[in-house]
Design a protein around this ligand. Structure first.
Ligand SMILES: *[C@@H]1O[C@H](CO)[C@@H](O)[C@H](O)[C@H]1NC(C)=O
Ligand SMILES: *[C@@H]1O[C@H](CO)[C@@H](O)[C@H](O)[C@H]1NC(C)=O
Ligand SMILES: *[C@@H]1O[C@H](CO)[C@@H](O)[C@H](O)[C@H]1NC(C)=O
Ligand SMILES: *[C@@H]1O[C@H](CO)[C@@H](O)[C@H](O)[C@H]1NC(C)=O
Ligand SMILES: CC(=O)N[C@H]1CO[C@H](CO)[C@@H](O)[C@@H]1O
Length: 513
């Protein structure tokens, strides 16, 4: 026997010993688990997870099966990165937990979930056929296929920054949150700012054959004149290019931030900080020169150079009033502004985010007209300083709405219900096309060595299925119910306009005397 062989035998026997030790350690760990130790469970599991790689006796999967049958708490699962960081060799784990049945009586989802019925209405009668879906392809950045709980992506166009990456990441987390619950489906996603499927192109008119139903296209925002299906934007999982952290962490930081300066001690002025370059209405806002209106040009290049020291959103709840203005379309800033506990001065938006359609003027924000924004803002600030209790309540209410109804659990629940309802509409075979690649958190995160992007992925990784089920969908709007709601909003806006006009008329008169 050559020395080489000897070595390999001793290595085998050493492996066997190792394996025996591992098994013993493992059984011990498992024993502790069974005893119901809850503190440090995760650490122990990580340890066990590492060990499992060395030993063929216990695989992660047998562990899964055992724990599914014996433990009543959900299983925590972490990334299973292969040791070499080659992006092409990282594979998806052979099996994830397929099903988890949480036992609890589900609560009803927040009111804004009712708009899901509305968004999917165009396909209610016809369903979605292959032909219908494919008409959206030219306007999509990627196709995402969910089949048997696994996810495949085919990219068509490059999206801006990492929008598509974090959107796909978010959907992967949803599947970890509710394993086995999201149906098979194919969807097409548009990652730029503007909605793409306009109603006017699908209205029956003489001499033109319109194709009904419109193609279904997922997008970050909606518009009354568009059919795009609204879906949470990437910022909920992070926006590394400008250092905006995933929403779970950031909302907690803002919630701490609002305690630092009490409402009464905040600057009694209106505040906006952002990039005016992206839209004309923002440049327009910058022309509102008044001591009560503080507008700050956010220079992202400079922020990048100084390590984003002065763009921390949790440090920006220092004014009693905060202005929200759209950019090219909806702005991800809306949730950060509303969360601040300051009264939001909401410049009349054209677009909506998935959670904003149930906001009510004077309950959650103060409405500002687009074309009289400067005067409207100045009046709102003065009114608020004369009616501090009421202004403070509106501010509280707005941040309450966001911090409560927009917790990550609900963001996932919203995605869950959109996808489940959408999946029910599929009148086609869900197929994985040639050229589509399987994606999982491992293929996305493992090849990234550190940095902000990896950090945000680690921060937002779902490490165990939800121990609560998804909330229950509220009923669809009755036709007159929706009409009444919209009329109520309109009438409150009119009321505020009246006060504002009266005030400025008085001012004019007194100047003339
Ligand atoms: C990664 O793996 C592929 C296939 O095994 C190989 O062709 C490629 O050279 C590897 N890349 C690196 C950077 O190691
Ligand atoms: C519309 O469709 C009908 C039936 O398919 C066809 O006869 C007609 O020429 C079409 N009109 C236009 C304007 O394309
Ligand atoms: C606020 O109160 C002051 C002093 O009473 C009054 O002059 C001013 O018109 C009030 N402004 C508004 C907007 O209510
Ligand atoms: C918001 O304010 C209104 C009254 O202005 C109140 O009826 C409502 O309960 C408040 N909502 C929340 C979530 O605080
Ligand atoms: C048993 C156990 O440690 N479960 C943990 C899994 O992870 C969730 C979320 O982090 C914890 O809340 C559980 O306690």
């Amino acid at each position: 026997m050559s020395p080489q062989h000897k070595n390999s035998i001793s290595s085998i026997s050493s492996k066997l010993t190792k394996s025996w030790i591992t098994t013993t350690i493992f059984s011990f760990v498992f024993f502790i688990l069974l005893l119901g130790a809850s503190v440090g469970w995760m650490d122990l599991f990580l340890l066990a997870g590492d060990r499992i790689k060395l030993t063929p006796i216990f695989t992660r999967n047998t562990f899964l099966t055992i724990s599914k049958n014996t433990l009543t708490t959900p299983l925590n699962f972490t990334l299973q990165c292969s040791l070499d960081k080659n992006i092409t060799t990282q594979t998806c784990p052979a099996s994830y937990p397929e099903k988890w049945n949480p036992k609890d009586d589900p609560e009803t989802c927040p009111d804004y979930f009712r708009w899901i019925h509305k968004d999917l209405e165009p396909w209610g009668k016809t369903g979605i056929t292959r032909e219908t879906l494919e008409r959206a392809r030219a306007k999509s950045h990627f196709r995402l296929i969910i089949k048997g709980g696994r996810v495949y992506v085919q990219r068509y166009m490059k999206s801006f920054q990492t929008r598509d990456v974090f959107t796909i990441w978010g959907i992967l987390q949803l599947l970890r949150m509710y394993p086995g619950q999201v149906p098979d489906l194919e969807l097409l996603f548009q990652c730029h700012d503007l909605p793409q499927i306009w109603r006017r192109d699908y209205r029956a008119r003489r001499g033109v054959n319109v194709t009904w139903p419109p193609p279904p296209l997922f997008h970050y925002c909606g518009h009354d004149g568009a059919f795009d299906i609204v879906f949470p934007d990437w910022s909920f999982w992070g926006w590394p290019e400008i250092n905006i952290e995933e929403w779970n962490k950031l909302s907690k930081a803002i919630n701490e931030g609002i305690k630092r300066v009490k409402w009464e001690e905040r600057k009694p002025y209106a505040y906006w900080k952002g990039n005016p370059g992206v839209a004309r209405i923002r440049k327009d806002l910058m022309r509102c020169h008044h001591p009560m209106v503080h507008l700050i040009h956010q220079n992202w290049k400079r922020e990048g150079r100084i390590g984003f020291r002065t763009s921390n959103l949790a440090d920006q709840c220092t004014h009693r009033y905060k202005i929200y203005i759209e950019g090219k379309a909806w702005s991800v800033s809306e949730k950060y502004i509303l969360a601040c506990d300051s009264m939001t001065l909401l410049i009349q938006p054209f677009y909506f985010d998935f959670f904003t359609r149930s906001l009510v003027p004077m309950e959650h924000y103060w409405p500002i007209r687009l074309h009289q924004k400067c005067n409207d803002i100045i009046f709102a600030v003065q009114w608020g300083n004369n009616n501090t209790k009421k202004a403070k309540t509106i501010g509280r209410n707005g941040s309450g709405y966001v911090l409560k109804n927009l917790q990550m659990k609900y963001v996932y629940d919203y995605m869950f219900h959109v996808l489940q309802s959408y999946g029910k509409l599929m009148k086609m075979n869900v197929e994985v096309p040639e050229g589509a690649k399987e994606v999982c958190p491992e293929t996305m995160a493992c090849p990234i060595n550190g940095g902000r992007m990896r950090q945000f992925m680690d921060d937002s990784l779902i490490i165990s299925p939800s121990n609560k089920g998804a909330c229950e969908m509220p009923p669809t709007f009755e036709e007159d119910e929706l009409k009444k709601f919209l009329e109520k909003k309109k009438s409150v806006e009119k009321e505020v306009e009246k006060w504002t006009n009266e005030y400025w008329d008085e001012q004019k008169k007194s100047l003339q005397h």
